[in-house]
Design a protein around this ligand. Structure first.
Ligand code: TYM
Length: 327
C-alpha cells in the first residue's frame, strides 16, 4: 500500500486555496493509501505566533481536516509537535543541507524579503519539511504548486542520505492537482491566494460565512471585456475564477466556459459564489459540530501515538546508519 503524507500550517485562517490545492486531495487519497496528515505547528513558529492564537488555530486546523472529510479511522491526523521524531530528524537533515540550496528556496526569499531580522528557523524550514515526509517513507505528497521546490529539495536530501549512509529513505513524489494547484488572490491574480495577505478581501477563508463569500466574490477583480474565457495570459483574473468554479462544481474548465458563453461576468460570478458556498457550508457545519464535541484532543492523541510508532522506527534506523551510539 502506498504511503501519503502532507501537512498544513496553523498560521492564520485556512483558505479556499489550501482546500483546493491540498486538502481535497487528502480526502481522496485516504481511500487508496496509508495516510498521515499533520498540523505543522513547528513550521508555523518559523514566523512569530501569538501563543493563544497558535493554540486556537492548531485545534481549528485539526477540526477542519475532519470536517473536510478526512476520516480518522482511515488516516492518521496529528500535530507535528506531538511526534518528537520530527524535530530530531529535522536537525539531522539540517546538517546534511547546504546553505546554497536553502538560499535558493523561493518561499524563503519571499518570506524574508525586506526584513531586517530573518529567523534561522525560516531558513531551515525545508529540512524540517523533508524530515516530515521521510520519517514515514511517503511515496506521495499532496501539495499545491508552491511546495514543489521544497519537494525537490526533500528528494535531493533523501538521495544524499541514501548515497552516504545506505538505502534508507523512499524518494517521494509530489501529487499536485492539474487544475487548482495555484489558486490566486481575488484582488490580484499575479499573487497566490494566501492566509497571510492583510487584505481580507483577497482570500476566501474556509470559515467565511456565506454572505461574506458572496461579497468577496462579487468584488473580485475581473479583466476588461466580458467574456468568460480561460486564458491565463490575457485573462488571468477570470481564469482564476474559472478554476475555482471548475473545482467547486466538478465541471471541466471547457464546460464552465460553455455554460457562460455570451452571458458576461455578472451571472458567472453570482453562480460562482453559490458553488463555493455549496462546498464550504457543509464543511462549516461539520466543523462546528466537531469543535462542540470536544473530541479533537483525543483524536490527536491517538493519531500521534500511531504516527510515533512509525516515525520512531525510522529515526532509530537513521541514527544507527549515521553512527550514533544508540541507547
Ligand atoms: P501551507 O500551510 O502554506 O499550505 C498548505 C497546503 O495548501 C497549499 N496551498 C495552495 N494551493 C493552491 N493554491 C493556493 N493559493 C494555495 N495556498 C496554499 C500548499 O501548497 C500546501 O500544500 N510547507 C507546507 C507545510 C508542510 C508540508 C510538510 C507539506 C510542512 N511539512 C510535509 C507537505 C509535506 C506549507 O507551507 O503549507
Amino acid at each position: 500500500m502506498k504511503k501519503v503524507l502532507s501537512g498544513i500550517q496553523p498560521s492564520g485562517r485556512l483558505t479556499l486555496g489550501n482546500y483546493i490545492g491540498a486538502m481535497r486531495n487528502f480526502v481522496e487519497l485516504q481511500h487508496q493509501a496509508e495516510c498521515f496528515f499533520m498540523v505543522v505547528d513547528l513550521h508555523a513558529i518559523t514566523v512569530p505566533q501569538e501563543p493563544a492564537a497558535l493554540r486556537e488555530q492548531s485545534e481549528a486546523v485539526a477540526a477542519l481536516f475532519i470536517a473536510a472529510g478526512i476520516d480518522p479511522a482511515k488516516a492518521n491526523v496529528f500535530m507535528q509537535s506531538h511526534v518528537r521524531a520530527h524535530a530530531e530528524l529535522g536537525w539531522l537533515l539540517t546538517t546534511l543541507s547546504y546553505m546554497g540550496e536553502l538560499e535558493r528556496m523561493t518561499q524563503f526569499k519571499d518570506k524574508s524579503a525586506g526584513k531586517d531580522a530573518i529567523g534561522a528557523g525560516l531558513f531551515v524550514y525545508p529540512s524540517l519539511m523533508a524530515a516530515d515526509i521521510l520519517l514515514y517513507n511517503a511515496d506521495l505528497v499532496p501539495v499545491g504548486d508552491d511546495q514543489k521546490q521544497h519537494l525537490e529539495l526533500t528528494r535531493d536530501l533523501a538521495g544524499r542520505f541514501n548515497h552516504r549512509f545506505g538505502e534508507t529513505f523512499t524518494i517521494p513524489e509530489p501529487y499536485i492537482p492539474k487544475v487548482g494547484a495555484r489558486i490566486m488572490s481575488l484582488d490580484d491574480a499575479s499573487k497566490k491566494m494566501s492566509k497571510s495577505n492583510p487584505n481580507q478581501g483577497s482570500f476566501i477563508a474556509l470559515l467565511d460565512t456565506p454572505d461574506v463569500i458572496r461579497k468577496k466574490i462579487s468584488r473580485a477583480v475581473t479583466d476588461s471585456g466580458r467574456e468568460v474565457r480561460f486564458d491565463t495570459a490575457e485573462k488571468p483574473e477570470v481564469s482564476n475564477l474559472i478554476s475555482i468554479y471548475a473545482q467547486c462544481s466538478g465541471l471541466t474548465v471547457a464546460e464552465v466556459e460553455a455554460r457562460y458563453e455570451g452571458q458576461g461576468y455578472g451571472p458567472f460570478k453570482k453562480d460562482l459564489a453559490e458553488q463555493v458556498v455549496g462546498v464550504l457550508e457543509p464543511i462549516q457545519q461539520r466543523y462546528n459540530d466537531i469543535r462542540a464535541s470536544g473530541e479533537i484532543g483525543k483524536l490527536l492523541k491517538e493519531g500521534a501515538e500511531k504516527a510515533s510508532a512509525v516515525a520512531d522506527a525510522t529515526l532509530r534506523q537513521v541514527k544507527e546508519r549515521m553512527g550514533f551510539l544508540l541507547p
